[in-house]
Design a binder for this molecule. Structure first.
Ligand SMILES: [Cu+2]
Length: 717
């Protein structure tokens, strides 16, 4: 009703306005008369509503309304105002104030706000209206966004499931917003973690101390009670058990030479009853052992190709045993080779003197006196000899081979210990009663049973020395992931070979490169896989037979680093290994047949037991020879020849076609495992300058060697 009245009233005013305008126009256009000061000022005011325009608000909202006292163009003030609020209920129905002020909209629906302004002359404005939509349910949009987490490995995940070990801290964050900009409350639920809940928006540190599979969820609720759950499908957290604490890995001690006139001089005191601490996962104990220089571990000698070496060996064994130091894998004269033909009696000394003239290699040294080699090595006499050359140094400095802290020697030996007694001493147990040689049930890596080595997310070069008396290992990672073999016994392979296992028999070595780049916070084990050892002639009294599987050590990837190493792809052409010997180059082929008799306790090469007074083979100086080794026994034998490094030509079933070498078999070898009924041919060139005198070839199962599976060859001048 009211609006109809106003419409009518407006109509009248519009007529007046028209009339006034016409009057002004006619007056203004009426010749010389000036603009009359008596002309009625009759411009209607304009109704101005603030806020302007239609509004959409939540129920209960307040709007502050204002008018405009300057809305009359010809200034006929004071103005009078007529506000009306019609429709849905409000706190005000009408007002005559210029600024009615706060109006509360307490009912859903539409409210029409209108204003008419009248000036002092009684001229009224047109009616201005706005509508206000009052909504009960306009704010029904739930928060949106995502959550993220950082479990310390740099993997910021939103929907990525979390896989961690127990004890890991995870930082949770959220990025949530409300479409209507309402305030948000947070309700996190960290199942299986501490704290289990949080009302914080983010940067929440949560510790997962319990093994299991859990979920994470965040319910974000806005001020109007609208909520969302993040992520939509719950985030899973798999917490696995922390690897058990293991004894700390020990590095082999590096001997420091005394350099005299360019000669690196070393002294090795051969001692026994040295109390050695053996760490194991079940505790530590003391074992009296033989040691060089009373060191807690077997030492390392480092040298470079071309170096002159002098090693004085003092036999201080109180048991009156002879000893020698054999330089296993070295190309040196027979008289310096440390074979059983030059024993060092107790309380006497011998100085070995030689110049290194061969490719960089993981070579080693150990006693080789006849009849006591096995027990002296077993009791703890051995050492690693790390030979470098220009090629390896160049590869290392060009970051094509891991070096420094990422270059680790692993001397792997199995031992058997007597039960603990009250004194904390566990003596070594040795028995030479089985056909397989001495097999221990405790696997030591650098003198520690199952050590853990902390590594970084980078590539490591492990120089593995099988210094065991009799055991063969089939080394692999428990992840079954590939690694590279870069070196065999006598030097680097021309090309790294990717494998997921490498078998090393007693006396053999290999350098492998393992990449931990993707294993941050993981623990990876070096294991020995199960394999068929043949035979069936009984073990050496050990509960761990040759071929049984076991763990060797563990790598704990505890630090993140940027790995700068890109492994070399091939060696320079001048590398020794790239001078490949072919069968056509051979001056002669010698055959060696390893066999066993006497119920498995007789060990023969070419049907002979070792005789120190017999020369079995005579090699002309500088000859290139193929040695063809066969094994007619029921167990595998590692055949080792002194004097030089060899290249395997081919291998296969004895009497059948032989397969040319490939892969790891292309490397320099001084010890080759020959399986039952297998024939292996290797070829070598004796150095006309260096090689002369008597050398040994033998099975490197030391019990077999001591029991006669050995022969002497003499390189004639
Ligand atoms: Cu053997």
């Amino acid at each position: 009703m009211k609006s109809r009245l106003q419409v009518h009233f407006d109509t009248v005013k519009i007529c007046l306005f028209f009339f006034s305008s016409l009057f002004l126009i006619s007056c203004g256009g009426g010749g010389g008369s000036s603009e009359g000061t008596t002309t009625p000022e009759n411009i209607k005011p304009v109704a101005v509503i603030s806020p302007a325009g239609n509004q959409s608000i939540d129920i209960g909202s307040i709007i502050n309304f204002k008018g405009d006292s300057s809305s009359d163009a010809d200034g006929n003030t004071p103005l009078s105002y007529q506000w009306t609020f019609s429709g849905a209920a409000t706190s005000m129905q009408n007002s005559t104030a210029e600024n009615p002020g706060d109006v509360t909209f307490s009912e859903a629906g539409t409210v029409t706000v209108s204003l008419i302004v009248t000036d002092s002359l009684g001229l009224a404005s047109s009616e201005t209206t706005i509508s206000v939509e009052v909504n009960t349910t306009s704010n029904n949009q739930a928060p949106t966004g995502s959550i993220s987490h950082d479990n310390g490995d740099g993997s910021l995940g939103t929907t990525t499931d979390i896989s961690i070990i127990e004890g890991t801290e995870v930082i949770f964050n959220s990025d949530i917003r409300d479409p209507e900009n309402d305030s948000i409350s947070y309700a996190w639920r960290f199942e299986g973690a501490t704290p289990a809940t949080s009302t914080n928006e983010g940067n929440i540190s949560v510790i997962y101390a319990t093994v299991g599979n859990f979920t994470v969820s965040l319910v974000a609720t806005d001020a109007n009670g609208n909520s969302s759950t993040f992520p939509t499908t719950p985030l899973n957290v798999a917490v696995t058990a922390k690897a058990p604490t293991l004894p700390v890995f020990k590095s082999l001690p590096l001997l420091t030479p005394n350099i005299v006139n360019g000669v690196a001089k070393y002294t090795l005191d051969v001692e026994e009853n040295v109390n050695v601490t053996i760490d194991s996962p079940s505790g530590s104990w003391t074992t009296p052992m033989m040691r060089y220089n009373s060191l807690p571990l077997q030492p390392v000698i480092a040298a470079k190709r071309g170096d002159q070496i002098e090693v004085t060996v003092n036999n201080k064994l109180t048991s009156n045993e002879e000893t020698t130091v054999h330089w296993h894998g070295f190309k040196i004269p027979g008289v310096e080779d440390g074979g059983p033909d030059f024993p060092i009696a107790a309380n006497t000394s011998r100085t070995y003197s030689f110049t290194m003239n061969q490719a960089a290699a993981p070579i080693w040294f150990h006693p080789h006196a006849h009849g006591t080699t096995a027990t002296q090595v077993y009791k703890g006499l051995a050492g690693a000899f790390i030979l470098t050359d220009d090629i390896t140094e160049s590869l290392e400095s060009n970051k094509q081979l891991p070096t420094a802290n990422n270059d680790v020697a692993l001397l792997v030996q199995d031992r058997q210990f007597a039960d603990a007694n009250n004194t904390g001493i566990r003596n070594l147990v040795y028995s030479n009663m089985g056909a397989n040689g001495m097999l221990g049930d405790v696997i030591l890596v650098n003198g520690v049973e199952m050590p853990a080595l902390e590594v970084s997310t980078s590539q490591y070069r492990f120089r593995i020395f099988n210094g065991s008396n009799a055991r063969t290992y089939d080394f692999a990672l428990d992840t079954n992931e590939n690694f590279y073999v870069v070196s065999t016994d006598g030097g680097l392979l021309d090309k790294p070979v990717a494998v997921n296992n490498i078998m090393l028999s007693a006396g053999e070595r290999a350098e492998i490169v393992v990449n931990f780049n993707n294993a941050y916070r993981q623990s990876i084990k070096l294991i020995s896989k199960a394999f068929s050892a043949g035979g069936g002639m009984g073990g050496g009294g050990s509960s761990l037979a040759n071929g049984d599987p076991f763990d060797v050590m563990r790598f704990d990837v505890t630090t993140q680093t940027t790995d700068a190493v890109t492994l070399y792809e091939s060696l320079p052409a001048n590398a020794d290994i790239n001078s490949r010997l072919t069968a056509a180059m051979a001056d002669t082929t010698r055959t060696f047949v390893m066999s066993m008799g006497g119920g498995g306790m007789q060990f023969l090469i070419n049907n002979k037991v070792f005789d120190i007074n017999r020369i079995d083979e005579t090699v002309p100086s500088g000859a290139t020879e193929i040695w063809e080794i066969s094994n007619t026994s029921q167990i595998a034998h590692p055949f080792h020849a002194h004097a030089i490094q060899w290249q395997v030509l081919d291998r296969g079933t004895t009497g059948g076609a032989l397969t040319p070498s490939s892969g790891v078999d292309l490397g320099w070898k001084d010890t080759v495992l020959v399986q039952p009924n297998e024939t292996v041919r290797f070829i070598g060139k004796f150095d006309p300058v260096i090689n002369s005198g008597k050398y040994m070839y033998h099975c490197h199962i030391l019990e077999h060697e001591d029991n006669g599976m050995m022969g002497t060859f003499e390189v004639l001048p």
